[in-house]
Design a protein around this ligand. Structure first.
Ligand SMILES: CC(C)(COP(=O)(O)OP(=O)(O)OC[C@H]1O[C@@H](n2cnc3c(N)ncnc32)[C@H](O)[C@@H]1OP(=O)(O)O)[C@@H](O)C(=O)NCCC(=O)NCCS
Length: 174
């Protein structure tokens, strides 16, 4: 968990692992951007994934979230990063992503992927736009068999193309 830090006049942001009691607040954040910007998530999706989520609290209320999803032995994705529209540009997104990046390092990942419209934001966190990503044939074959929609978007499979249009594929080496 981050130390409380002041990010605006009197505002204290803390970031910690999500608890099941945070899931409805995460759902509200995701719903703000669900569609072309973020993949839609049902409550069941979020309960299933809650162990991979971090939340940011501003004076106690959940105002940001983000998740780490491991794809393969050296590769993960930072996904479902969202800040309450009323709390944007106060460092909430950076605080969440910094925790997730630290966790990715701790887990032993070497590369972190993100699919996003927010290129300057992720550039400032050390991500770079990429075209192709080096992936073993074994990883490609196994990931293709996954039911995870985010993995389909990562692989740029034809059936998700309408949803990935205009997004930038970015990678951070850890
Ligand atoms: C991307 C997103 C999470 C950023 O959240 P945020 O809380 O506004 O992020 P931050 O405040 O940490 O940083 C945003 C910008 O504000 C700036 N900023 C931070 N604190 C600031 C302050 N006190 N005053 C002015 N600007 C500030 C940062 O420098 C940053 O600039 P940059 O984008 O050029 O790097 C948010 O815009 C969002 O929810 N977008 C929709 C969902 C999405 O696209 N997610 C990414 C794909 S998973």
């Amino acid at each position: 968990m981050t130390d409380p830090s002041t990010t605006g006049p009197g505002a204290r942001v803390t970031v910690d692992r999500a608890r099941v009691g945070d899931v409805r607040a995460i759902k509200r954040l995701v719903d703000e951007y669900a569609g072309p910007i973020l993949l839609e998530k049902t409550l069941a999706d979020l309960y299933e994934a809650v162990t991979g989520f971090w939340v940011a609290r501003l004076d106690g209320a959940v105002v940001g979230c983000g998740a780490l999803h491991v794809f393969w032995e050296d590769l993960g994705e930072i996904r479902t990063v969202a800040t309450d529209p009323r709390a944007r540009r106060r460092g909430v997104g950076h605080a969440v992503c910094t925790e997730i990046i630290a966790q990715a390092v701790e887990l032993g990942l070497h590369r972190l992927f993100v699919l996003t419209f927010e290129v300057p934001f992720f550039s400032s966190l050390g991500f770079e736009p990429i075209r192709e990503l080096d992936l073993s044939l074994e990883a490609q074959a196994e990931l293709r068999a996954s039911y995870d929609r985010g993995i389909a978007e990562f692989l740029d499979l034809p059936f998700v193309k309408p949803n990935t249009l205009g997004n930038t594929r970015m990678l951070k080496h850890l």
